[in-house]
Write a protein that binds this ligand. Structure first.
Ligand code: ADP
Ligand code: RBF
Ligand code: MG
Length: 215
């Protein structure tokens, strides 16, 4: 796939329809570390199993549903419980991917600094921001396991591995695709961001920013 110019600027009906809204409250785990370095687009990876049961319970949709979605997310400092859940999940997550069995070092040997969001500023933590989420196999990279990752439309002061992240998915943008170049992938992600922002600006979507779930 080359860069596409024929994409709609708004997607989804005037108000979220089944299976949306989908709410989830989870922790930020480590991924391959490619988001920032390859694409310049950091993504907060979440355990895919934090999303799939929600999808399945609400809709009966199979967990194999992949694609690019939009919604809102809020990050907060993690607590001890989230911390241990995060470590357990990271062990599983990295092991599944043939990573270093157990320690919190990613498959490339990159040391992950788990700050649990302790250094987040008042503008970074506790605020609900628009987001785009990618769920699936990243065909461009040919991953051998599924990942779920969220790009939050906000400039954070630094990484927040281990932080608590709450999000609501309100709509679907497109399927995952393969691309001829990393530039073409980046261009489509930038379009996703614009599509999400416009789609979320509608009243029936933007009201979820103030939903009780985020308080
Ligand atoms: P990984 O593969 O480990 O997820 P990334 O390069 O995708 O590595 O970047 C990950 C980290 O960057 C996230 O876990 C998060 O802590 C941080 N980050 C900084 N800014 C953002 C943002 N706007 N949206 C999502 N994550 C961000
Ligand atoms: N990866 C793909 O291989 N194909 C895609 O179509 C694709 N779309 C994405 C859309 C968004 C909004 C985001 C945030 C990521 C997307 N990715 C896609 C994932 C991308 O490859 C991934 O973020 C990096 O590999 C870092 O993990
Ligand atoms: Mg990431």
């Amino acid at each position: 796939m080359t860069s596409r110019t024929d994409r709609p600027s708004i997607v989804g009906p005037e108000s979220p329809q089944q299976p949306y809204p989908l709410f989830s409250d989870t922790v930020v785990v480590a991924g391959f570390g490619r988001g920032s370095s390859d694409l310049g687009i950091p993504t907060a990876n979440i355990p895919p199993d934090s999303y799939e049961p929600v999808l399945k319970a609400t809709t009966g949709y199979e967990a194999s549903d992949t694609g690019i979605y939009y919604g809102y997310a809020r990050v907060d400092v993690g607590n001890a419980k989230a911390l241990s859940a995060c470590e357990e999940r990271n062990k599983e997550y990295l092991k599944d991917r043939g990573g270093s069995n157990g320690s919190i070092v990613n498959p490339q040997g990159r040391d992950i600094d788990f700050t649990f969001g302790a250094s987040l500023s008042d503008k970074d933590a506790g605020v609900v921001y628009p987001m785009v989420m990618s769920v699936g196999w990243n065909p461009f990279y040919g991953n051998s396991s599924r990942s779920a990752e969220i790009y939050i439309m906000h400039k954070f002061g630094g990484p927040f591995y281990g932080a608590r992240i709450r999000y609501v998915v309100l709509g679907y943008i497109r399927p995952e695709l393969d691309y001829v170049s990393v530039e073409a992938l980046i261009a489509d992600i930038n379009t996703d961001v614009q599509v999400a922002e416009r789609s979320l600006a509608r009243k029936e979507y933007s009201k979820y920013k103030d939903d009780a779930f985020f308080r």
